[in-house]
Write a protein that binds this ligand. Structure first.
Ligand code: TMP
Length: 209
């Protein structure tokens, strides 16, 4: 493989992304490929510091534009320090969230609109995932799962109508880019979800071979 593959997972909180990231990792490692598993916000030392600021539930005064730009800053560092170098080495980069999260949460959830895509063009330098899995879960069900899993962070604590706007954002992204974004019904069993994801990955590999 000349250049690696960039795979992202998206969705509301409590959608079961981590379990499927482990499955995707296994899929590629069994083929003898090197997998880099990373996340946003975060993924670098600088990014993890920004993550702590973003998720701190005491930061109630953070303005939506500030929030959007910190997510974009974390991404700008991540793309340049970690993602592009790994892709250039021919590795498989699996990233828990990427720019679609900013479109869903900041453009739709916070209502910032087109500004978010514009700023993120600079943050990503035009890098886009080869495939994105949108783990589709009803926001109320997702929140219930997330709160059972532990303490809720600043974003998770937002009212349910915020999370419904985020959900609408993901729906729009999936509708507008069906080639890249694969909707996965997160209410199915873990094994059913894994099999569907593996099917999409087989198709992707057949396409690029
Ligand atoms: P995580 O809990 O899935 O790691 O993500 C942290 C939170 O940050 C999650 O509630 C989604 C939110 N988020 C945004 O609002 N915008 C973004 O660009 C990213 C990457 C995450």
């Amino acid at each position: 493989m000349k250049r690696g593959l960039f795979i992202t997972l998206e969705g509301g909180d409590g959608a079961g992304k981590s379990t499927q990231i482990d499955n995707i990792t296994r899929f590629f490692e069994e083929k003898g490929l090197v997998v880099v598993h990373t996340r946003e916000p975060g993924g670098t030392q600088i990014g993890e510091k920004l993550r702590a600021i973003l998720l701190d539930k005491n930061n109630t005064e953070m303005s939506p534009v500030t929030e959007m730009m910190i997510y974009a800053s974390s991404r700008a560092q991540h793309v340049r320090e970690k993602i592009i170098p790994a892709l250039e080495r021919g590795e498989i980069v699996i990233c828990d969230r990427f720019v679609d999260s900013s479109i869903a949460y900041q453009a739709y959830g916070r209502g910032l609109g087109d500004m978010v895509a514009e700023v993120n063009k600079h943050a990503t330098g035009g890098l886009s995932p080869d495939i994105t899995f949108w783990m589709d879960i009803d926001p109320a069900a997702g929140r219930a799962r997330a709160s059972r899993a532990g303490d809720l962070d600043r974003l998770e604590l937002e009212k349910l109508d915020f999370h419904y706007r985020v959900y609408e954002g993901y729906k729009k992204i999936a509708e507008s880019e069906p080639e890249r974004v694969k909707r996965i019904d997160a209410s199915e069993t873990v094994d059913e979800i894994r099999d569907k994801i593996y099917g999409h990955l087989d198709d992707l590999l057949a396409r690029i071979d």
